[in-house]
Structures are given as structure tokens and as C-alpha cells.
Design a protein around this ligand. Sequence first.
Ligand SMILES: [Zn+2]
Ligand SMILES: [Zn+2]
Length: 156
Amino acid sequence: MSRLFQDTASPRLMNRECPRCFLVLNSEVIRKGIWKVEIDKCTSCSGIYLDKGELMTLTGNRPLHYLTTKHLGVDSDSELLCPSCGSLMDDEYAEGIEIDVCLQCNGVWLDKNELDQLKTVDPAKMESLSPEKLAELYDADQSVSSGGLLSWLFGR
Ligand SMILES: [Zn+2]
Ligand SMILES: [Zn+2]
């Protein structure tokens, strides 16, 4: 008899798959100075998946790291699902470069060549958040504590 379902009892619960092509990602090691970062790469579209913190290691760009961790809003503008945990992802923009970030585990999906583009982004230019980003964070704040800033603005 053929088995209808895959054995899900294996230690690794699921293979990471490309959120665009749905092919299993290949692990690949990138060397950065003394660091070795193991990334997951799609052989079809050349997109890569980075676990939380790996983008920081590879680019050394701390504001970029904050953008994908601390300043993450609650909106989900991306149609992609996280290869690692299957949660919704959100589009973030760093100097016009689109990054898909997982709202759950803070993993990052980069399309082909985006890592190289991100390496050229000047951290100094990223210190201030864009008006769109501030609006999103403001909305997120509002959904948590309703009327916080508004009552501060109009309440005196
Ligand atoms: Zn792909
Ligand atoms: Zn995730």
C-alpha cells in the first residue's frame, strides 16, 4: 500500500520552502569575516531566507536590524508566508528595497540581489523612519492603547 501522508514525526518538522516557488530551500553558507552564516536559498528564483539576526550579521546595519525587529508594525502587506514558521509576513522598505519580514519570528525573505543591495545601504541614512513607517507604528500604537496620542493632543 502506498502512504497517503508524509511521515511528520521526523525531528525536523518541515522543510523550509520558497514562499514564491514552493520548492525546498537549499542551505548555503555565507562567510562574513569571522562569521559563518547558514542561509536558505531557492535554486529557482535565487531568493534567500535569513533567520532573525542574520541580516544584522551580514550587513552590519543596525538601523536595518531594528527595522526588521523593533520597528515592525502589525500590518501584513505581503502575500508571502514565512518559510520557517508559516506566519504572515510584512513588507518593509529600506531605501526603496523591499524586504519581507515575518511578523512572528522576525525571519527575513530577500529576493534575488536584494542582499547585495542592502549591503550598500548607508546606516546613517536609515536613522530616521519614513513618514509611512511612523504612520504604521502610530496605527499599531492606537490599536493597543486607543486614544493615547489623540487625547494628549486634544485633551488640554
Ligand atoms: Zn523561489
Ligand atoms: Zn516566521
